[in-house]
Design a protein around this ligand. Sequence first.
Ligand SMILES: NC(=O)c1ccc[n+]([C@@H]2O[C@H](COP(=O)([O-])OP(=O)(O)OC[C@H]3O[C@@H](n4cnc5c(N)ncnc54)[C@H](OP(=O)(O)O)[C@@H]3O)[C@@H](O)[C@H]2O)c1
Length: 324
Amino acid sequence: MTVSEPRIKRRLGQTDIEITPIGLGVMQFAGGAGVFGMMFPEISQETMNGIVGTALDGGINWFDTAEIYGRGRSEQGLANALRTAEKQDDEVIVATKEFPMFRAARNIPRTIHDRIRFLDGYSIDLYMVHQPWGVSPPEAEMDTMADLVEEGKIRSVGVSNFNAEQMRRAYAALQKRGLPLAANQMQYSLLHRKIETNGVLAAAKELGITITAWSPLASGLLTGKFHKDPEILSKTPFGRRMRLRREIERSRPLVRALEEVAINHGATPAQIALNWLIHFQGEAVVAIPGASKVKQAEENAGVMNFKLTNEEMTRLDELSRVFR
Ligand SMILES: NC(=O)c1ccc[n+]([C@@H]2O[C@H](COP(=O)([O-])OP(=O)(O)OC[C@H]3O[C@@H](n4cnc5c(N)ncnc54)[C@H](OP(=O)(O)O)[C@@H]3O)[C@@H](O)[C@H]2O)c1
């Protein structure tokens, strides 16, 4: 096993914020709340406390949530769990997002108070526009985000799911206000490598913007559990089930390789997939795996305690190139 220096933090974009290469995504905490929450089973506050506490114990220092994740349910569950873990505001990094669909940039200062209220004393270190679907152009959105930084309501600005051109426009708009664009949160995993070919990753590297990889385990597919036991698909909510079913066969050779590499490290396939993601592109990519169980959070934090060899990374790269 190649042991890396454990839990080395990375700079978030060109900000002074330091984050661990693995964060915890808490979309699952929306379970049961509203239309969005129907995609996930409800998680008790006790389990949320266990997941967040375990992530913190494993060295994770940051958390990703959003307005759309149950309209406050996920943010509130996270804040409660951080308080239960007796974490002070300055000991953790919290990222959340505004949902811009059918909304203009002026919505951003209107709804920030809800985010602040649900996060209940934990500051917003990174505030993102969740999708490039707003009624206003990126320039107007970034201008209102910059106002929030100046007013001390948020610490840094990011976007999510912005293509290369939209990201460059957001970057330029913030630059005019003397601020960096800290992050673009994109789907990225061994099964979804589009950002490598559509210009987003190259532009992010050029401009010093951190890519925070969402669905880094391809919603659990890269753990190998669905390949081993397709029956568990029937317990997965309908929307996710259809997508996972389509991808099982295509990903079988890759998952087999993950299992083999995992043996070399006394690790799990999920840990190998995440380790590849946070090292293959140097320091440009960090990942925010979600967890619905305490054990998963423990495993995912453990990814920061080792590093794949170059040969192992190349082998996984070659097997997953079809997903670029
Ligand atoms: N910006 C965006 O548009 C966007 C979109 C999607 C997600 N996100 C963010 O990205 C985060 C992660 O994405 P995601 O939850 O969709 O996908 P993911 O991290 O790829 O998959 C999470 C799921 O994988 C399973 N899992 C996690 N760790 C595991 C482990 N060690 N062993 C076995 N199974 C494990 C769990 O499934 P079970 O619950 O079935 O056990 C968990 O719910 C979200 O929480 C959210 O913060 C952002």
